[in-house]
Design a protein around this ligand. Structure first.
Ligand code: SF4
Length: 79
């Protein structure tokens, strides 16, 4: 979502863009608990507001810090 929200300098192509991140980045002196992106994330869950997601290897050599990719979250939603 963050990569898709990068501004496009060409107005014709920018009009076709469908992803927009709403809200403001967090205040660096008052970072929210849990995932720093949770106030602006359309996929945020309860755990996102409480615990910082661990960095996990989603694919070989590609790391992500998001509860959607965490084994802990997967096991807690399936049990
Ligand atoms: S952990 Fe993932 S799903 Fe949760 S708020 Fe952060 S980016 Fe969104």
């Amino acid at each position: 979502m963050l990569l898709k929200s990068i501004p496009i300098p060409n107005p014709r192509i920018a009009k076709q863009k469908k992803v927009q991140v709403v809200g403001e980045p967090p205040n660096p002196i008052n970072i929210p608990p849990g995932c720093r992106f949770h106030p602006r994330c359309p996929h945020a869950r309860d755990i996102c507001k409480k615990e910082e997601p661990p960095l996990v290897e989603a694919e070989k050599g590609h790391f992500v810090a998001c509860w959607l990719y965490s084994e802990k979250e997967k096991t807690s939603t399936t049990s």
